[in-house]
Write a protein that binds this ligand. Structure first.
Ligand code: CMC
Length: 424
């Protein structure tokens, strides 16, 4: 596997040879594992230049704005595949045949209900709890219900857990919403597609079952597809790290949900809408753009910038198109949208944002779409978590199916040297 060799020269010591590996795409990597034997560690806080694993699932070229799942460009998947097809692709490595797709869809549908006992958990939460707080709890709690699929070394157990998680996430997400508004939980319906079913459980009631608008169901599906995976981001790396200790998949996904919640990651879609509320009016944009540029002010333009995409976010392009479709269908003329578009225009022409390659990311547009569909702001990150579930599981499964070690980073220690406890 080592194609080339690198040499590390540390002053006063003999040169250290390190193997260099090439992937199918992307930069070469220097294998630094041998350094421990030399008494040296590498230092890379925030993992700016560290490959934590080898993976075959997703490839991103941040400079060119390329995102491939198992080799397929995200633009093509968003146009031609539905969410469950994307899940199959991520999990199994290939697109399903028609028969495989039908079997997979049916299997997912057969697992959408949650154990009735789980519904009692909700009563332990305040009605005004943040939906992500409840999601961390109830997804982790799944491990207390499905004891028959917790052997991580059994490929069949891993597959059932994957199916259960993908199938039950929208049910739990909708239950979280229903609990917050005090309405009865809606059971999933097997005659609906994945996204129709989610909208049904969110917005229908036992008193009134409306037909789901196909344009909104398609948009919802596309939002899920566009969030399905994004290689080794903070939440996926959290899932891998938790999984590396041998923790069960439900616990690992709950850990991923917790990591996703932060405003620098999945919480940004919610933060975008809050920011637009705070800006309030087009006339205030300049003031907020100045705040975002001020080093002494912690304010950032939410929905702008990305650790990897330094040109454009390909998901944002598709999301913008879906945004136009949804707003057109609903005939929405939202002043907040006008504000968002103006903010985008100003930020894209400002030298501060141009020099730092800060472009609107996926969260900038997804929030506007979700708002138009009628999903409350606090639920946005829950939607992201539902969409990201297949990616998390695919990475967890890839790790467990291959030789792996517990994730255990090292540190540059700068604290006190050893000292004795004082005699008093
Ligand atoms: N507004 C204003 N300035 C910014 C922003 C922003 N949104 N993002 C980055 N910068 C500045 C930052 O202050 C720094 O300036 P300087 O070089 O003068 O110190 C420079 O741009 C580089 O930024 P960084 O923080 O070093 O970049 P990073 O790769 O560590 O952070 C990020 C990436 C996404 C966390 C960050 O851009 C951010 O906080 N954006 C807003 C939150 C957001 O929209 N997150 C969603 C990401 S996409 C969904 C997902 O995949 O989770």
């Amino acid at each position: 596997m080592a194609d080339k060799k690198a040499q590390l020269i540390i002053e006063g010591a003999a040169p250290i040879d390190l193997p260099v590996y090439s992937g199918t795409l992307g930069p070469d990597v220097v294998d630094v594992r041998g350094l421990t034997a030399e008494g040296v560690f590498t230092f890379d806080p925030g993992f700016m230049a560290t490959s934590s694993c080898e993976s075959k699932i997703t490839y991103i070229d941040g400079d060119k704005g390329i995102l491939l799942h198992r080799g397929y460009p995200i633009e093509q998947l968003a146009e031609k595949a539905d969410f469950l097809e994307t899940c199959f692709l991520l999990l199994k490595g290939e697109l399903p045949t028609d028969e495989e797709k039908q079997t997979f869809d049916t299997t997912i549908k057969r697992h959408t209900m949650v154990h009735e006992q789980l519904s009692h958990f909700f009563n332990g939460f305040r009605r005004d709890a943040h939906p992500m707080a409840i999601m961390c709890g109830v997804v982790g709690a799944l491990s207390a219900f499905y004891h028959d699929s917790l052997d991580i070394n059994d490929a069949h157990h891993r597959e059932i857990s994957a199916i259960r998680l993908i199938a039950k996430m929208p049910t739990l997400a909708a239950m979280v919403y229903k609990y917050s508004v005090g309405q009865p939980f809606m059971f999933p319906r097997n005659n609906l597609s994945y996204s129709e079913n989610f909208l049904h459980m969110m917005f229908n009631t036992p008193c009134e079952e409306k037909k789901i608008n196909p344009v909104l169901a398609k948009a919802m599906d596309r939002v899920f597809v566009l969030h399905a995976d994004h290689e080794q981001n903070a939440s996926t790396s959290t899932v891998r790290l938790a999984g590396s200790s041998g923790a069960n998949p439900f616990a690992c996904i709950a850990a991923g949900i917790a990591a996703l919640w932060g405003p620098a990651h999945g919480g940004a879609n919610e933060a975008v809408l809050r920011m637009l509320d705070e800006i309030g009016d087009v006339s205030n944009i300049d003031k907020f753009v100045e705040k975002a540029k001020d080093k002494d002010d912690p304010f950032k333009l939410m929905g702008f910038g990305h650790r990897v995409y330094k040109n454009f976010d390909p998901r944002a392009k598709v999301m913008k198109q879906t945004c136009d479709e949804v707003l057109g269908e609903l005939g929405i003329n939202d002043p907040q949208l006008e504000l968002a578009m103006k903010l985008e225009e100003i930020a894209l022409t400002d030298p501060y944002f141009i020099e730092r390659n800060l472009y609107p990311n996926v969260d900038f547009y997804s929030g506007i779409i979700l708002k138009a569909i009628g999903i409350p702001t606090e639920m946005f990150t829950v939607i992201f978590a539902t969409g990201r579930t297949p990616g998390w599981i695919a990475h967890w499964n890839e790790m467990i199916s291959n030789p792996y070690k517990i994730g255990r980073p090292r540190q540059l220690y700068t604290g006190s040297e050893q000292r004795d406890y004082p005699t008093r």
